[in-house]
Design a protein. Structure first.
Length: 580
């Protein structure tokens, strides 16, 4: 065997070994996760910076070293009555409301009362106004949670899980038995009296949502679910359901027999979502649109995750919350347990505190979504589908339109049409043309899949995220030059005023994170030059509103703009520009 031939063999061996390792690193066992891995993202891995390990930093959580959003919640939850669904929106009285929620893992539901109180306070501080709890046999434990959350202005969604496994001898019989047990537990809970009241839990406005979820593939669910609905009504919950209670069926069965319900779907984003070319394939957002179905009810993403090993997971919250705002969805519920793939089993609360991506990105996303800092779409489209349509996310019309305008579905058999909604019959239209980007009809959200970055440009929020290095990036109020390859830079008003008039502006910078041997989560430092148009006389502050002593090194005011230097040596994720 010649030396040249041996060299060729060694080359191909090393090549396939590296590709195999990359595949293993960026693919999960979940088939839905695999679908969202962008080939463009894998091809761009070489663009990541090689940063000295000593510059990565641990930003430990301390009370007062991050912004508190406690004032966003009305105390107590239920203060203004029951949550109602009207059309595709949720309301408290006459006011439209959105929920930014968290799914509490089952293990945490069994915490003690003091831990539950601390947990609830922290969720309020982090900007959550909804918590999803799985129903367990111990009704008093659920009662503890609901009352603790209520004090912090956080509403509750109660999830009833009905499980059936393919390996069961009689899966249909097993599912029916499980559903009966679940309804018995539910009935026991609703017969509890609300503390300091003679009323039952059917009259508790802080308990606003019921989600019945089916796991496993049940061909019999078409008959089982209506039977469960009838059982719920027969148990005496009819008035509650028609006033403020809601049922979301993750199995996508039409729940139109209930007067007041919402639609529930899930998201599990993978790496490279910003790099996906909609002309060729779908990403997780297109799948969420496809999962809406034809239900005229509020849309809620009842479970979404940030896969821990994904290097670009810090980009997901803002992409999702901006997109959900454009579509005018009603709720986003984050699944904390998605971060359990660490070397140590942290409680979900310690992960909220420990992980800077969760700690900072979810707070800003909550402000964005709940305060409507990104506008809803100006135009609505209805994609005409038949009952036989499958894998709607593969529709070119859906992929190229859903990031531009609001998109719903309608039946081809229905001729009546809202004059404000444009009907589309062809599933294979290209709404982006030959451009390598999508711009929303509001002009606020821009995604360039060729360059792999997203920008959000509103009076209250200015954002760049993705591959930012070696680009001169400009929006209405900021310009940016990033020396970090893949990063997120956000400028956000914190006082309900537009950025130009605001006296309290958040400047957030995020990049990759990693778990070191001591089980500490380290952050990649970001380096960038930011120019920001804002009112004169502002200073760089910490979370407590005190001026940062060395701020003059990083802040200059020139010709109506602040020049802010974000340096790797600062070892901070955020700064506040405001008045001391």
């Amino acid at each position: 065997m010649s030396q040249k031939f041996k060299s060729i063999l060694v080359f191909f061996f090393i090549f396939f070994l590296i590709m195999g390792l990359l595949y293993k690193f960026f693919h999960s066992e979940d088939p839905n996760y695999n679908l969202h891995v962008s080939s463009a993202f894998v091809e761009n891995l070489h663009r990541y910076d090689t940063i000295q390990p000593e510059l990565w930093f641990d930003s430990k959580y301390k009370q007062g070293n991050t912004i508190s959003l406690s004032s966003m919640n009305h105390i107590p939850a239920g203060k203004f009555g029951f949550v109602e669904s009207r059309g595709r929106s949720l309301y408290l009285g006459k006011k439209k409301i959105r929920f930014f929620g968290v799914q509490v893992p089952e293990n945490d539901i069994r915490l003690g009362s003091e831990e539950i109180s601390r947990y609830s306070r922290h969720l309020r501080e982090a900007g959550f106004n909804l918590a999803k709890l799985q129903l367990i046999e111990n009704a008093n434990q659920i009662d503890l949670w609901i009352q603790s959350l209520k004090k912090e202005g956080i509403y509750t969604m109660l999830e009833v899980k009905i499980e059936s496994k393919p390996e069961d001898e009689n899966p249909e019989e097993k599912a029916v038995q499980t559903s009966r047990n679940s309804l018995r537990v539910l009935d026991n809970f609703f017969n509890l009296k609300i503390p300091n009241s003679k009323l039952k839990y059917t009259r508790e406005p802080a308990l606003s949502f019921l989600s019945i979820s089916f796991t496993g593939k049940q061909p019999f669910s078409q008959t089982l679910i209506p039977a469960i609905q009838r059982k719920i009504r027969n148990l005496g919950y009819r008035g509650m359901l028609s006033v403020h209670f809601a049922t979301g069926l993750e199995s996508q069965v039409n729940s139109g027999s209930l007067k007041n319900f919402f639609h529930c779907t899930k998201a599990k984003p993978g790496p490279g979502s910003l790099d996906v070319n909609p002309l060729k394939k779908s990403n997780f957002l297109h799948k969420l649109i496809a999962d809406q179905g034809k239900l005229e009810s509020p849309m809620m993403v009842c479970s979404w995750e940030m896969p821990y090993l994904a290097q670009d997971r810090f980009l997901i919250p803002f992409y999702l919350s901006s997109f959900a705002s454009l579509q005018d969805w009603s709720a986003l519920i984050f699944k904390i347990s998605s971060l359990e793939k660490t070397r140590e089993k942290y409680s979900s609360l310690s992960l909220i505190e420990k992980d800077p991506i969760i700690r900072h990105s979810l707070r800003s996303s909550s402000i964005l979504f709940r305060k409507k800092q990104v506008s809803a779409s100006k135009k609505s489209y209805c994609l005409e589908i038949s009952e036989k349509n499958e894998e709607l996310d593969n529709s070119l019309s859906l992929r190229t339109l859903s990031e531009k305008s609001r998109l719903n579905f309608c039946s081809s058999s229905v001729s009546k049409q809202n004059s404000n909604v444009f009907r589309i019959r062809d599933l294979n239209l290209n709404f982006t043309g030959s451009d390598p980007f999508i711009l929303s009809d509001t002009g606020e959200i821009y995604r360039n899949w060729k360059e792999g970055y997203l920008s959000v440009n509103t009076p209250y929020l200015q954002l760049f995220e993705g591959w930012l290095k070696n680009k001169i990036l400009k929006l209405n109020h900021i310009s940016l030059e990033s020396k970090t390859s893949r990063a997120l830079i956000l400028v956000q008003s914190l006082d309900n005023h537009r950025i130009k008039e605001s006296s309290k502006i958040l400047i957030l910078s995020l990049a990759r994170s990693a778990l070191e041997e001591e089980n500490e989560i380290l952050s990649e430092p970001v380096q960038a030059e930011l120019k920001l148009e804002a009112r004169e006389g502002l200073k760089l502050l910490d979370a407590n509103g005190k001026e940062i002593l060395e701020s003059s090194k990083f802040l200059k005011y020139e010709e109506g703009r602040y020049r802010i230097s974000i340096k790797r040596t600062q070892k901070k994720h955020f700064l506040i520009l405001g008045k001391p």
